[in-house]
Write a protein that binds this ligand. Structure first.
Ligand code: NAP
Length: 292
């Protein structure tokens, strides 16, 4: 089963770190406007980001400038019960029950001052997920007009297939970067390509480790990539995005930067066509050995 995917922008902006940016409402509005001007129209959230507070920070900006809403796609996630002052669970755990998913979708709608979410993802695979029941929840929320599309994040290929057979999913949001390449081998990107469903890619800069990591792998990859970036006349950040974008599953990388210049560097990668040898040189530096 497959669904017609939502029109996400080729580079997506992630709001995981919005609380750290310490922007006023006016500055948040300006940041969103500048992202839109760069062609970044999709914004990636999760109910739990910023100790359950990130969506509301973005929502305040939308409340201050409501016309922005029609120019963007809102993506959010739910399914993790994360301990917080307001949520004193005994332990962190996953919950994909109808009651919890519905409650979190309602909460996201309120936080984001929106009547509809363009895409909602199940954040992590819930080992207690009943696929048929969850699919029924998806159908209910779609019928009510609250959620346009559904997807998952961090699901294995078989976990994706299990749920996708019950309800069409439009993406699997996965980690991929020059520092983290599991998705190349674990079947998730193969599945995305087979189904023609563009994966969303998180932490394309390794969460910043590409620039600041002092471990052997980060130092090795950075040195290799600096040489390649210089040859292409682009920044290290742009090269990392170009490396992700080169994959044939046509990923939509999610930038996590709070800086408009950082957004610009991400978008610049759309104009870079990375040679296969350079792509493999980065793979080789990451693994610490040549291809077999
Ligand atoms: P990332 O783009 O790999 O890392 C962003 C970090 O790198 C920021 O702290 C940024 O700081 C730093 N950075 C960028 N350019 C830099 C430079 N030139 N020098 C030094 N540091 C630099 O992405 P991410 O934030 O880890 O993840 C992106 C998004 O993916 C998140 O916002 C979230 O939406 C999503 N995500 C999803 C999952 C999931 O499980 N589905 C997990 C993690 C993240 P500046 O702000 O200073 O640029």
């Amino acid at each position: 089963m497959s669904a017609s995917p939502p029109a996400l922008s080729p580079v997506v902006a992630g709001l995981w770190r919005i609380k750290d940016w310490k922007l006023s409402v006016r500055e948040r509005v300006r940041w969103i406007e500048q992202a839109l001007e760069l062609g970044i129209t999709s914004f990636d959230h999760a109910d739990i980001y910023g100790d359950y507070g990130a969506e509301a920070l973005f929502g305040e900006a939308l409340q201050a400038a409501p016309a922005l809403r029609q120019r963007m796609q809102l993506v959010t996630k739910c399914g993790i019960r994360l301990r917080a002052a307001s949520r004193p669970y005994r332990i962190n755990h996953y919950d994909t029950s109808a009651a919890y998913v519905c409650a979190q979708v309602e909460q996201s709608l309120r936080n984001l001052h929106s009547e509809r979410l363009d895409l909602v993802l199940i954040h992590r695979p819930d080992y207690l997920m009943d696929a048929a029941t969850l699919a029924e929840t998806f159908r209910t929320l779609t019928r009510e007009g609250k959620v346009a599309h559904w997807g998952v994040s961090n699901h294995s290929a078989s976990q994706f297939a299990l749920l996708n057979r019950q309800h069409p999913l439009v993406t699997n949001q996965l980690e991929l970067s020059p520092l983290h390449m599991d998705a190349l081998d674990d079947g998730t990107l193969d599945q995305a390509q087979e189904l023609g469903l563009r994966p969303m890619v998180w932490s394309p800069l390794g969460g910043g480790r590409l620039f600041t990591g002092e471990d052997e792998q980060a130092v090795r990859v950075r040195a290799e990539m600096r040489g390649i970036a210089e040859r292409y006349g682009i920044s290290l950040g742009t090269l990392a995005f170009a490396w992700v974008l080169r994959h044939p599953s046509r990923p939509c990388p999610i930038t996590g930067t709070g800086r408009v210049e950082g957004l610009r560097e991400a978008v610049a990668a759309l104009d870079v066509s990375l040679d296969a040898e350079d792509w493999y040189a980065i793979w080789t530096a990451s693994k610490g050995h040549s291809v077999p």
